[in-house]
Design a protein around this ligand. Structure first.
Ligand code: 5GP
Length: 190
């Protein structure tokens, strides 16, 4: 069976990345499989272990880092680590599915470096920082402090955009989804 490809999507929080991924997952012809990340943070709301994330204690997370069980991991927020387990990548691509990864910019660039031609890295950009701020406020699940932090982080993350294989601006959700879809189709045909 042909091994799957690795599709890496990165974007500042609030850019619509999760919605785009949800749309793409509905398309069986893309044969997408999702990698469940591990995190050292506690579950929020109705999140379930093994579904949104593998929720590990900070000690368990560190043990797996020391054992070389991660393809990549990052301390995304102070004191909170996220990472992709080698076992997850293998599980998905060995089954012939294309692994879609939703990870932060540094993790994304590390995975691209490790897997090279097997991976496609895409960066989703908001039309502008002002528009991103507006979207984060509309969503309004976050405190003022958290919105400010996310915006600062967004600006920093966007500085990495030129290092990705391709960039898609999410001005209009369905156009952005189509652009991402055609980039994926091209990559998996190779
Ligand atoms: P949240 O806690 O809001 O679910 O996720 C926070 C951040 O962690 C997001 O920016 C997300 O992209 C990042 N993240 C989630 N999983 C991984 C992962 O496996 N590796 C890395 N490096 N970042 C991740």
């Amino acid at each position: 069976m042909k091994k799957g490809k690795i599709i890496i999507l990165s974007a500042p929080s609030g850019t619509g990345k999760s919605t785009i991924i949800a749309e793409l997952m509905k398309k069986p012809e893309l044969k997408l499989g999702f990698s469940v990340s591990a995190t050292s943070r506690a579950p929020r709301g109705c999140e379930v272990h093994g579904k949104e994330y593998y929720f590990l204690t900070p000690e368990e997370f560190k043990e797996k880092v020391d054992n070389g069980e991660f393809v990549e991991w990052e301390e995304v927020y102070a004191g909170t680590c996220y990472g992709t387990l080698v076992s997850e990548v293998e599980r998905v691509i060995e089954s012939g599915h294309n692994l879609i990864m939703d990870i932060d910019v540094k993790g994304a660039l590390n995975v691209k470096k490790r897997y090279g031609q097997l991976a496609l890295s895409l960066f989703i950009l908001p039309p502008s920082l002002e528009e991103l701020e507006r979207r984060l406020r509309v969503r309004s699940t976050d405190s003022e402090e958290s919105i400010r932090k996310r915006l600062e982080k967004a600006e920093y993350e966007m500085s990495f955009a030129p290092q990705f294989d391709a960039r898609v601006v999410n001005e209009d959700l369905s156009t952005a989804t189509e652009e991402v879809e055609s980039a994926i189709k091209k990559a998996i045909a190779d």
